[in-house]
Design a protein around this ligand. Structure first.
Ligand SMILES: N[C@@H](CCC(=O)N[C@@H](CS)C(=O)NCC(=O)O)C(=O)O
Length: 206
């Protein structure tokens, strides 16, 4: 299988972490798509992912799977022993819920701030920009950090006792926040502890 990505970017990092957690890194051919130069906007790439975004997984039979959550779901199911997306109906639902909260409330909010209230990827790549909307999303990202900090008051990981795709998404959110100069509020001690703990995982430290 092939993963189309731009190394070092936050969403591709989510898939790299999932691959490492599942021991699948060696089974993947990584194809670099030069996002800062707009290669993801080409007709050739849009034919594979109409959303014009990386990462994107291409299977041997040509099936193209975009969206980090969908890619992670696939990778997690390949061996029939899911560890990132839950096993029981309750685990799956709670992980799905926490993943979505981390995605909407942190990662996507930071991304919107970056693309709208900063130069983002530059004039050639950014189309419409709305700085006021971007600044509003920065406030949402900070609210998201405080929410996740509260969740982590009584559990080691966002969906409970086990590391999951929800933690991967929130971790990518903090990578992006650092890149966009959004600082985790000083009093978010649980989130900072979690960040240190998660950073030490082999899948992430590597
Ligand atoms: N929801 C998508 C987000 C993908 C995404 O936004 N990727 C960024 C790179 S981190 C991208 O390709 N951006 C291109 C652009 O903004 O034009 C996912 O889960 O994969």
């Amino acid at each position: 299988m092939k993963v189309y990505e731009f190394p070092g970017f936050p969403n591709p990092a989510r898939v790299r972490i999932a691959l490492a957690e599942k021991g699948l890194i060696d089974q993947v051919e990584f194809v670099s798509v030069n996002v800062p130069e707009g290669e993801h906007l080409s007709d050739a790439f849009r034919a594979k992912n109409p959303s014009a975004a990386v990462p994107m997984l291409e299977l041997e039979d040509g099936t193209c799977i975009a969206e980090c959550t969908a890619i992670t779901e696939y990778l997690d199911q390949i061996d029939g022993a899911p560890t990132l997306t839950g096993k029981s109906p309750k685990e799956r639902a709670v992980i799905h819920m926490m993943q979505r909260r981390a995605e909407a409330g942190l990662l996507d909010a930071v991304a919107t701030y970056f693309h709208h209230a900063t130069p983002g990827l530059g004039a050639d790549v950014e189309g419409y920009q709305n700085a006021e909307w971007g600044e509003h999303q920065k406030e949402n990202a900070l609210k998201g950090m405080r929410y996740l900090d509260g969740v982590l008051a009584d559990r080691p990981y966002l969906a409970g006792n086990e590391f999951s795709v929800a933690d991967i998404t929130a971790f990518a959110g903090l990578i992006f926040a650092g890149f966009a100069d959004i600082t985790v509020p000083q009093d978010c001690a649980n989130l900072k502890d979690w960040h240190m703990r998660v950073s030490a995982r082999p899948s992430i430290a590597a």
